[in-house]
Structure formats: structure tokens, C-alpha cells
Design a protein around this ligand. Structure first.
Ligand SMILES: O=C(O)CCC(=O)C(=O)O
Length: 285
């Protein structure tokens, strides 16, 4: 399996990531990585972690499954984190000299699932803070632009704290007290209704094939995906990478996923660089 990108990342792509906060990268990953992740996902679905949630389960039985930080028990994910070109892609896009792995997350929609991910930004939920973060969103099956995650280009440069969606209310399987965030008293503004006028916000999304990915800054406004035709499912594997200027931060509004406990157990304090066995340094220039 090719541990390098299948083609060089261009200067134009690095520029787009910086300016827009999001870039579609076509044809970077060897098909072997997709097969490996599919096999890992299959094991993950049969052996979810305690962080797994079913965000949506409708009357027709469609489901949207989410899990995170499963790399610690799924060898295929672990291999991807340490051996695939993902860390290097993040380093090049962020022009960072070091890259630590933050966590993995999977988003699996059964065929026909209509559930759309509510619009949000990632960093306000995270137990880290910093500008240089990069999420790599990789579909393991083809996805069309209409069903793909969508983004508001340039929104990573926004300076206001916005009221973010409380994903904790989604957990229909009785886990009502987990993942709660409450931005009341923290937010400087409400989250805009992007779907009311996507053109005004310049919303973008893309057709993607396995081997393609979307890389985005965690301050980006993103949401959507889903609305799948009855015979089409969607399996997405994402990895979250930390560049040069990122430090630990615990947030009183709540965090999701909340790493406070594991960070404290690992001896990490607010202001520290996320490092160590939980947040391994995967890349140094
Ligand atoms: O794929 C999705 O529906 C959500 C993905 C997402 O929000 C993320 O990767 O941060």
C-alpha cells in the first residue's frame, strides 16, 4: 500500500485551504487505504466504543451512526493514522512544522437516510484551541455533491463566538446526559440560518470518489450531507489533525467530544501542547 500521496498537493490547493478554509483534494489516497478503512469500519460497527452514538433513527429504520476515538481499538484505523499520507497532507496544507493526531470520527448513514448534520463549527466544541487544525473528511463510497458535507468558504476567519448546536440532544438511545453543550452566556451571536439562503453564503460541496477527500479548518461552518436516495448509503471516515499553534483548552460551555477526563488522566493541563500516547506526534518537518 502506498504510504505517500498518489500525486503532489499543489501550491494552489494549499492557497485555497488557507484562503477558503476548505479544499477538495481529488485522487490522493491509494485504494488500499479505502479497503483497509472499510474493513476497520465493519469491525467498528460490530464493536462500537462507549463514545458511539446513533444520532438519528427514523420510523423506517434509517440510521446515522457516529463513533469517535476508535483508533485505540481498531488496528486498521491506527494504521491509517500512523502510516497513511494523512498527517503529511495536513502538514502541507497548514504549512505546519509538526502535526499531532487529535481523533478519528466516523459518520455512517444507512441507505435512504435523510438526516442532515446541523450547521456548526468544530473548534468551539473541542478541548483544544488554535488556528492550525485540519479535518480530513474521506468518503469510503462515492458521494454526490447533493449528499456531501457542505461548507461556507472563508467562515474560518470569523471572530465571533457563535451559539453552536447541542448534538447531545440527538442521542435517541437514552444517553441524554452526554455530550451536552450550552453556549448561553458564551455566544456573542446566534448561528446564522445557512439553509435559508445557501447562495448568499456561497455554500460549496462536491462529488467525491473513494480516494478523494475534503480538508477543512475546524473553524469552518459546515453541515448538511444526508438526504440520501433509498438505495444509497454513506460511510465517511474522518481524522482531525493539530498543527503548530494548538493548545489544550477546557470549555465551560461543554465539549463534544469531551476529552477532559482523558487529558487530565494523561497529565495534560490547559495551555499544554496536546502530546503523548493519546495525541501522538505523527509528523515533524
Ligand atoms: O459527515 C457528517 O455528517 C458530519 C461531519 C462533521 O461534522 C465533521 O467531520 O466535523
Amino acid at each position: 500500500m502506498n504510504s505517500d500521496v498518489l500525486r503532489p498537493i499543489t501550491a494552489a490547493e494549499v492557497e485555497i485551504f488557507d484562503r477558503e478554509g476548505v479544499v477538495r483534494l481529488a485522487g490522493l489516497f491509494d485504494p488500499g487505504w479505502i479497503e483497509l478503512l472499510k474493513s476497520g469500519l465493519n469491525r467498528n460497527l460490530h464493536n462500537p466504543t462507549e463514545r458511539a452514538r446513533v444520532w438519528d433513527r427514523d420510523e423506517a429504520g434509517h440510521t446515522m451512526f457516529y463513533d469517535s476515538q476508535a483508533w485505540q481499538r481498531i488496528d486498521e484505523y491506527r494504521r491509517f493514522v500512523f502510516e497513511s499520507p494523512a498527517a503529511r497532507i495536513a502538514a502541507e496544507l497548514m504549512r505546519s512544522s509538526m502535526i499531532n493526531f487529535f481523533f478519528d470520527a466516523v459518520f455512517v448513514r444507512s441507505p435512504g437516510t435523510q438526516f442532515s448534520t446541523p450547521w456548526h463549527q468544530d473548534e468551539p466544541y473541542w478541548s483544544v484551541e488554535g488556528y492550525n487544525t485540519c479535518s480530513i473528511w474521506m468518503p469510503l463510497v462515492p458521494v454526490s455533491a447533493a449528499n456531501c458535507l457542505s461548507f461556507v468558504p472563508g467562515s474560518h476567519r470569523g471572530t465571533k463566538v457563535l451559539a453552536q448546536y447541542n448534538f447531545g440532544i440527538l442521542n435517541p438511545d437514552g444517553q441524554t446526559r452526554v455530550d451536552q453543550v450550552d453556549f448561553t452566556g458564551f455566544a456573542e451571536d446566534s448561528f446564522p440560518d445557512i439553509d435559508a439562503d445557501p447562495e448568499r453564503w456561497g455554500v460549496v460541496s462536491w462529488d467525491l470518489e473513494p480516494g478523494d477527500c475534503i480538508a477543512f479548518n475546524s473553524r469552518m461552518m459546515h453541515g448538511g450531507s444526508g438526504k440520501l436516495p433509498s438505495d444509497v448509503g454513506l460511510e465517511v471516515f474522518t481524522t482531525k489533525w493539530l498543527g503548530d499553534d494548538v493548545w489544550v483548552k477546557f470549555r465551560e460551555c461543554g465539549m463534544d467530544p469531551d476529552h477532559t477526563e482523558v487529558m487530565i488522566a494523561a497529565g495534560l493541563q490547559p495551555g499544554d501542547r496536546p502530546e503523548g500516547a493519546l495525541y501522538p506526534r505523527v509528523w515533524n518537518s
